[in-house]
Design a protein around this ligand. Structure first.
Ligand SMILES: [Zn+2]
Length: 555
């Protein structure tokens, strides 16, 4: 039999189609990376307005003087916070305590205020003269000695003050709300330690919401939780309008040595949430962490998240939090949050596998795939992933040689990350073309089934090894097999099988890119371009799903 290579032009047409899909998804991801626009001071009185909260921030740290624990300016900033609470009608308190840190004694002064809920006054708790479990909203007012700490964590303290004001002006919530603004966080979580080990209110705490910053811009990410994540995820779904959260980030963060005030509460057996924005981290802990570098969008997002979540938690029954059930969750382009209980992950992986086998049988019945072709399809997909990875890896080496990547960072991150994705796609294109030269034209059914089944197998492995991150493989695997099954069910007199399979592949590629591309921003903010193999592996894997688009013989 004569082996005829594919002509180039359908490949180029496939490349243009795949590029278009990736570009649309990238545009969407870039747009959704912008936190919400700050609301003006005359916004409705029950919503969070960054412009209103900015007045608190200006009063507190407007003079731009560092105010680390123990400094004279630390006293001044604390007095300003106390005054703001008093003006709103609260009776704030100061907890003064000595904390020993590596043999050195520190005096810390935490600021606390409390909004009484109706439950303690009316419910069983009143009969037992005990307050019901409270929501604790926390951040820290001390800065590092080298910077004025406007974003770390002045913005979050201003968020707490504005949330306190909004809650005070509304109908009292069910649960008490405790506002804790700690001192000495930067010297080792000293204020939080003093509160957890020595303040009576800690016994009233049901759930903690901590607000932080490791930069000055970007989305307010919910990046860490305590246990009982199934319950926590459910409350997030009920409250957050612009969620930026996933269990992958939370699971990775748990393995890192980084600490915040929340760490102290988690170690003491409490649960809760940790929010932070981490963009432009070159200002973090420096003299340029000042008012001029405060991003009002990040301010607005942090405030909206804190207000919405505290409102939900303040109305939730915190007296008996459910057992320590864990969950998998992720936001889709910041629009909505999807979650399921962690034990459901393996059954979902097995479902994807069953659907994949079913798809193979359906393709066989439609004579688009043989058993041998199915095996070859998986082999081809592995080969495509390898070539795509190799191409992206070579690009990383080249970019480093040319000075586009220095250390973990790039001068033009968007261009360099796009380079990784483009070279991975071109690598896949090259591999598809070579396959067409070496073998009989790769059968389209084999390419479609091969790419979806490779993702299904990887998803199944991930559900076993790393369930919190497995959604990244599981969701595309389920979409690929389900759309494939729908495509094989459409009668040939309406549309040819290849055409419907192509449409299924386009949809899978688009949804997968929508799920994966926002992570590029997150990875870059958190880790830079390190490790290079991971930066190359992401586009290489997604390119496998683009292979059927590239190899579609429409010429
Ligand atoms: Zn901080």
């Amino acid at each position: 039999m004569r082996v005829r290579p594919l002509p180039m032009h359908p490949l180029l047409r496939g490349l243009a189609t795949a590029l278009c899909i990736l570009l649309i998804a990238a545009g969407l991801a870039t747009w959704r990376q912008l936190p919400p626009a700050p609301l003006p001071a005359d916004a409705p009185p029950d919503v969070f307005s960054a412009y209103r909260a900015f007045l608190f921030l200006e009063r507190m740290v407007g003079d731009g003087i560092p105010h680390p624990n123990g400094s004279p300016q630390n006293d001044i900033v604390r007095e300003r916070i106390l005054k703001a609470f008093r003006e709103m009608g609260y009776a704030p308190e100061v907890q003064e305590a000595m904390v020993d840190r590596r043999g050195r004694p520190f005096t810390v002064r935490n600021v606390m205020a409390r909004l009484p809920g109706t439950f303690a006054a009316n419910g069983d708790a009143a009969r037992s003269r005990l307050p019901g479990p409270a929501v604790l909203l926390m951040s820290h007012y001390d800065s590092v000695p080298d910077g004025p700490g406007a974003s770390d964590a002045g913005v979050s303290v201003a968020v707490i003050l504005e949330v306190a004001r909004l809650l005070r002006n509304a109908t009292p919530p069910r649960n008490d709300v405790i506002f804790l603004i700690t001192d000495g966080e930067e010297y080792g979580l000293l204020g939080a330690l003093a509160f957890v080990t020595g303040h009576p209110w800690v016994k009233d705490t049901g759930v903690v919401v901590n607000l932080e910053a490791r930069g000055t811009s970007g989305l307010s990410l919910m990046f860490e939780t305590g246990d009982r994540t199934a319950w926590l995820a459910g409350r997030m779904v009920d409250s957050l309008h612009r969620p930026a959260a996933n269990s992958l980030m939370a699971a990775v963060y748990r393995t890192m040595p980084n600490n915040t005030d929340l760490t102290v509460f988690l170690r003491a057996g409490y649960t809760g949430y940790n929010f932070a924005f981490i963009g432009d981290h070159q200002h973090y802990h420096t003299s340029s962490d000042d008012l001029a570098h405060v991003d009002l969008r990040s301010f607005q997002h942090q405030g909206e998240n804190a207000l919405a979540l505290v409102r939900t938690l303040a109305e939730s029954d915190l007296s008996s939090l459910p057992e320590a059930r864990e969950a998998v969750w992720f936001d889709f382009q910041g629009s909505f949050l999807v979650w399921w209980p962690l034990p459901l992950t393996l059954p979902l992986g097995l479902l994807a596998l069953a659907l994949s086998v079913w798809l193979m049988l359906r393709l066989r019945r439609r004579e688009a795939l043989s058993v041998g072709g199915a095996l070859i399809g998986i082999g081809q997909s592995l080969l495509l992933a390898g070539v795509a990875f190799g191409a992206a890896w070579l690009f990383a080496r080249l970019a480093r040689t040319l000075g586009w990547i220095v250390g973990r960072n790039a001068a033009a991150p968007a261009a360099v990350v796009s380079g990784f994705w483009l070279t991975a796609l071109l690598g896949t294109l090259l591999a598809v073309w070579l396959l067409s030269r070496w073998s009989r034209k790769p059968r389209f059914g084999g390419l479609v089934w091969g790419s979806s089944s490779l993702w299904t197998l990887l998803a199944l492995i991930a559900t076993l090894l790393f369930p919190q991150g497995s959604y990244l493989l599981l969701v595309p695997a389920l979409v690929a097999t389900m759309t494939g099954l729908v495509a094989t069910g459409i009668p040939p007199n309406i549309s040819t099988l290849d055409d419907t399979l192509l449409r299924a592949t386009l949809l899978t590629l688009f949804l997968t890119a929508c799920l994966w591309l926002p992570l590029e921003f997150l990875f870059y903010q958190a880790l830079g371009l390190a490790p290079a193999w991971l930066t190359a592996a992401r586009p290489a894997l997604v390119s496998v799903l683009a292979a059927p688009v590239l190899g579609f013989r429409n010429g």
